[in-house]
Design a protein around this ligand. Structure first.
Ligand code: GDP
Ligand code: MN
Length: 380
């Protein structure tokens, strides 16, 4: 789950990483009140789950509360790379001498968290990595040993931060960022820019914070930060039902059991010239209720023209799945073709149940390739 800047900063604050004081506003009037409370000048910042807000005109300096109200009126409702702004963060303006970059993420190939730091912050980090790779310091942390003071010192020395006051503050922030990353079970914590003020104070001016969805159940306070309004309603429905669902662009709804088979099904649908509208993973189980839930999610997707239901029964028994399909079809009156490929444990029994039901829009196929072809044909 990606957090908004203001939410990430709230977590930073909890872990002792210095941030500026601010308030959230959803109307120009609230923006004015926030500016009055904080004292101008303030910065009005669009809260959207995408970067490059500054360049897109979503970040403006307000010299007065009047200004803040007018700028908030401009920014609220603005479209930034396909995201509509419904909230602005009003923050006490900072004076900036220098902009650095600090992040912590997973390096999957090294199987370790990875710090990246550079004194060339503020701009796109990809640009620094491409044009000036030596300026980007990378340092892994062994998760079993954890983060120690030397990690912070190594980053600032290799990053060539010369001021001792800055070195000390940044090294401390490095330690706290690691605590936030582990404590929140994050997948990314990025500060760009990490600023140095004319007084020599180091502070996080921006935040990009991604928390592992699969760990959210351990963090109800972070889970509650989810923006229901901004989420895809189908993804919300799927999450409520405990169904793994991913939205894609095509016409064929894909349902499989197990991540591997589901991904292969997406590939095969594409291979035979179709385009998946989405995919759903029933997981290893796939009891009747699971099938009903998954079909309910898939059939709510208006782009779906046909469904390809690909089941290999290992632990999942195909007769159980077949009953689930019939139960779902009865409950929901599925208005479009449903192609089912059943193979594995009790496959014959499963296919017999489906054939005996003799539903006009239910098509049983014996192989994955035939099933995919059929579904793509029927979706056309
Ligand atoms: P992003 O464009 O989405 O990455 O948003 P940021 O929060 O990183 O802001 C972009 C840029 O706006 C920063 O790099 C700063 O140069 C500028 N900016 C943001 N807040 C302030 C502030 O309080 N004072 C000043 N002077 N500039 C700011
Ligand atoms: Mn930024």
């Amino acid at each position: 789950m990606d957090l908004y800047e203001y939410q990430g900063k709230e977590l930073f604050r909890r872990y002792g990483i210095p941030v500026s004081e601010g308030r959230l506003a959803t109307t120009p009037g609230e923006a004015r009140a926030a500016a009055d409370e904080l004292g101008a000048p303030v910065v009005v910042k669009a809260q959207v789950l995408t970067g490059g807000r500054g360049k897109a005109g979503g970040i403006k300096l307000a010299e007065s509360a009047d200004d803040a109200e007018a700028l908030a009126a401009d920014i609220l409702g603005m479209d930034i790379r396909g995201h509509t702004v419904t909230k602005v963060w009003i923050e006490r303006a900072s004076e900036i001498d220098r902009e650095y970059y600090l992040s912590l993420t997973f390096d999957r190939s090294a199987k370790k968290p990875l710090f990246m730091f550079t004194t060339r912050g503020g701009i796109d980090i990809e640009e620094v990595a491409a044009s000036n790779p030596d300026a980007l310091v990378r340092l892994h942390v062994d998760p079993l040993e954890g983060c120690h003071p030397w990690h912070g010192r190594r980053l600032v020395y290799e990053g060539a931060v010369s001021d001792p006051g800055e070195q000390k503050q940044i090294a401390a922030i490095v330690g706290k960022l690691y605590e936030a990353f582990v404590g929140c079970e994050a997948m990314l914590c990025e500060i760009n820019p990490l600023i140095v003020t004319p007084d020599g104070e180091v502070r996080a001016l921006d935040s990009k914070f991604t928390v592992d969805d699969n760990a959210l159940f351990r963090h109800p306070d972070i889970a509650a930060m989810r923006d229901i309004g901004a989420a895809d309603p189908l993804e919300t429905l799927a999450r409520e039902k405990g169904v793994v669902y991913v939205k894609l662009d095509g016409e064929v709804g894909v349902l499989g059991n197990g991540a591997g088979l589901t991904m292969s099904t997406v590939d095969v649908v594409t291979f035979v010239g179709g385009r998946p509208a989405n995919f759903c993973d029933l997981g290893g189980g796939g009891d009747a209720q699971g099938v009903v839930d998954a079909l309910e999610v898939i059939t709510s997707d208006p782009q779906v023209r046909a469904i390809f239901f690909n089941i290999f029964g290992g632990i999942t028994r195909c007769d159980e799945v077949a009953r689930g399909i019939l139960q779902a079809v009865e409950q929901m009156r599925i208005g479009f073709p449903l192609v089912v490929r059943l193979d594995g444990t009790n496959a014959e029994e499963g296919r017999r149940i489906l054939t005996e039901a003799a539903l006009p829009n239910l098509h049983a196929e014996a192989t994955m390739l035939d099933g995919a072809r059929r579904a793509v044909e029927l979706a056309a």
